[in-house]
Design a protein. Sequence first.
Length: 626
Amino acid sequence: MSDIKERKSLEERHQMSDLERLRHSCAHVLATAIMRIWPDAQLAGGPPVDNGFYYDMELKHRITPDDFAKIEAEMKKVVKENSKFEREVVTRDAALQLAKSGRLGAIAEREVESKFKTDLLASIPEGEEISIFKNNDFWDLCAGPHVGRTGNCKAFKVMSVASAFYKGDKDKESLQRVYGTCFKNKTELTDHLEKLEEAKKRDHRRLGKELGLFTIDDAVGQGLILWKPKGALVRRSLQDFITEQLDAQGYSQVYTPHIGKLSLYRTSGHFPFYSDSQFPAIPDRDALEKLSEEEASCSVLTNGLSTGEIEGYMLKPMNCPHHIKIFDSDPHSYRDLPVRLAEFGTVYRWEQSGELGGMTRVRGFTQDDAHIFCTPDQVDDEIASCLDLVKKVLSTLGMEDYRVRLSFSDPDSDKYVGTREVWDKAEASLRLAAENLGVDFTVELGEAAFYGPKIDFVVKDVIGRDWQLGTVQLDFNLPERFDLTYVGSDNGRHRPVMIHRAPFGSLERFVGLLIEHFEGKFPTWLAPEQVRVLPISDKYIEHAEAAAKKLTDIGARVSVDRASEKLGAKIRLARLDRVPYMLVIGAQEAESNTVSVRHRDRMDLGARPLDEFIKDLHTEISSRSL
């Protein structure tokens, strides 16, 4: 974390919500307990975060979950003391003296300096007020604010411990980060902990492994998903679903390479505007061989790639520049527009190792991406159509508890391309589209893409977690940067408007979310295995295979359990595999051409004629019923 970000964090604390203030105070309670148990600890910082707080520290003792009970016991003592959080404004010199004496972030003066507090003091601008907070014997450099007393922090829990670099810089000290959470009362804390337990049960990383959906292998690379056959079937079903919608709305499918020249991304602005999220540039082979002959340093190569003196390539971070070039490869009249180009395009982003998480935070992912090139008069209708598509996707999957977020630019930031006039125009159009949706929406500044504002759909899953999924983006800037034109009705050259949209967003992330949302129990149309036929003994395997053949003929995904296990064991295995339907075949079923139907949740549904079951299954799958 840079000094600038650190100061911004301190300023934002003055505008904390009541819950953030409580959690910030509980971070001090945690720090007090840590210092009483391990007085040699060097404390860094402890802010509130989503769902809790943390405190970073340098400590010889390696904290493990076995220490949590001891830490919580000491925290309870601090809470019971009900000490007042007292704020004292001090001079820079006084604060520095306290840090040098080891008194800040400690319960007493020490022989060693509070080095992280000294460093933090150095980052506070001249003239800015400096304050310390005291609760009983613990003093800390802190801008606040806090609750009144430590006794307000009763409903807390130490959650985990992890490694972290000081200020997020891998070249600085490695610290231990102890996470905790705190709520206004025990009831809210208990509810939160129960949701966390439910989240563990639904964790897509565990279920993905158990159900054989995907794997991640160090030999391939972290953050790169290997889709196993069952997971690929789920993905293909989603792609088939969205392709039907695209065909109905007049989209054209395209395919583009996974790599492009740096000059392409310089024009688009991805290089350098998106540089922090990109894989390193790949130098042109001829240029690399020349530099090698000249024994040039790495810095010469890096600088040459940055300035354009050395040509290179880049793993594509977005599909839009490639789609722009497809559009620009032919002349267009206003009668041709809108042109709608769609692709399941794989893109690559360099996520930090500590931020990777199964399928939901990866380095390579496939977007259900599309770009619409239209006239200004067509913008409103095209955006409305895109929003309808996102709503159709979410309703089909039963994910209708969502909010709409308008992600706009921050007027004070320099991370955006284009003029303020263009941004105001784009943001006004999206605001109107959101109003026409008829749902509540919020506006968040600073969340826009560098080229244009967005409408994001933030979905709440079955245990109350928010996920940003579908997005629609309006872009007046990239057509300008690439000098795109079409011939208007006046025979003059005009600039098209570009709309970016992705209802799923990332297929990896979306499937990871679906695994957790459904707890691996996909609706039948999505399930990688829809029916499992269970012969009760070897002599009914032939009948089971005949039934499976009829199911396969209607496109169902079906298997036959030929194992020499008892029926109960076969049923338990099928339920563990989350197979929607089990068809039991024994003597009576073989003779009457029926099947005994069992559902993974509703259990025994009784005997039915096989043809009748097949007809109903086909209806369920084709209608994409939940």
